[in-house]
Design a protein around this ligand. Structure first.
Ligand SMILES: Nc1ncnc2c1ncn2[C@@H]1O[C@H](COP(=O)(O)OP(=O)(O)OP(=O)(O)O)[C@@H](O)[C@H]1O
Ligand SMILES: [Mg+2]
Length: 215
């Protein structure tokens, strides 16, 4: 089957199931004959993956100031858009990206308290017209997300990253911020109740994607 690809981003608080559902949707799209590229932020390019290490675990050995944090996310994104996402879309692939512009608005805007208008402008500078066709906001209560992450970290023997170590109030602001963004751009951002079991979340996502296909 040949068809033009779409650009879908997955957003939401920690532990909402973004990475899980990216995998599930990719499998489902492939099974229906689409070519799919999955990627993530920060990261997805060699430069971006180095930046990811700095952002998640202070790999440079120095605490990050919030301004650097914001700009590092944007630098990683600029590389990803130009070296990965745009070329894939040009090749008619479906692109599924684990976090994108709305993460910066939610975490650095609502979470860290930077002026939202400025963040939206920096996002626009970074991505140009490479905007998602659909954004799936996997909404989860921070407590539930954190519980899932504790289990995941135990299973994978990993430790909490810089964001996972933030206070619950920070995560509450991030979640509320995401929901505000969804109210602002209801055409693009679809809220998915991610406090249900994985298969139910997958079904809602598939319905939203099917609607996008028929557009
Ligand atoms: N609907 C669900 N119900 C219960 N557990 C889930 C659900 N979806 C995912 N999980 C589990 O919760 C953990 C976190 O899921 P996942 O890594 O997909 O979340 P994430 O949103 O990508 O997290 P992060 O923000 O840290 O990247 C994993 O161990 C995953 O198996
Ligand atoms: Mg993830």
């Amino acid at each position: 089957m040949t068809s033009l690809g779409k650009f879908i981003t997955f957003e939401g608080p920690e532990g909402g199931g973004k990475s899980t559902q990216v995998r599930r949707l990719a499998d489902r799209l492939k099974a229906s004959g689409h070519t799919v590229l999955t990627t993530r932020e920060p990261g997805g390019t060699p430069t971006g993956e180095v930046i990811r290490g700095i952002l998640q675990h202070d790999h440079a050995g120095e605490a990050l100031c919030p301004e650097s944090e914001l700009l590092l996310f944007e630098a990683s994104r600029a590389q990803l858009v130009r070296h990965v996402i745009l070329p894939a879309l040009k090749n008619s692939m479906w692109v599924l990206c684990d976090r994108f512009i709305d993460s910066t608005a939610a975490y650095q805007g609502y979470g860290r308290g930077f002026d939202l208008k400025s963040i939206l402008e920096i996002n626009a500078f970074t991505v140009g017209d490479c905007m998602p066709d659909l954004t799936l906001l996997l909404d989860v209560e921070p407590q539930t997300g954190m519980k899932r992450l504790t289990l995941r970290n135990q299973e994978h023997r990993t430790t909490r990253d810089r964001f996972e170590r933030e206070q619950v109030e920070f995560h509450e602001r991030v979640r509320a911020g995401y929901l505000q963004l969804a109210r602002r751009w209801p055409e693009r951002i679809q809220v998915i109740d991610s406090m249900r079991e994985e298969a139910a979340v997958e079904e809602d996502i598939w319905m939203a994607v099917s609607k996008l296909m028929s557009r």
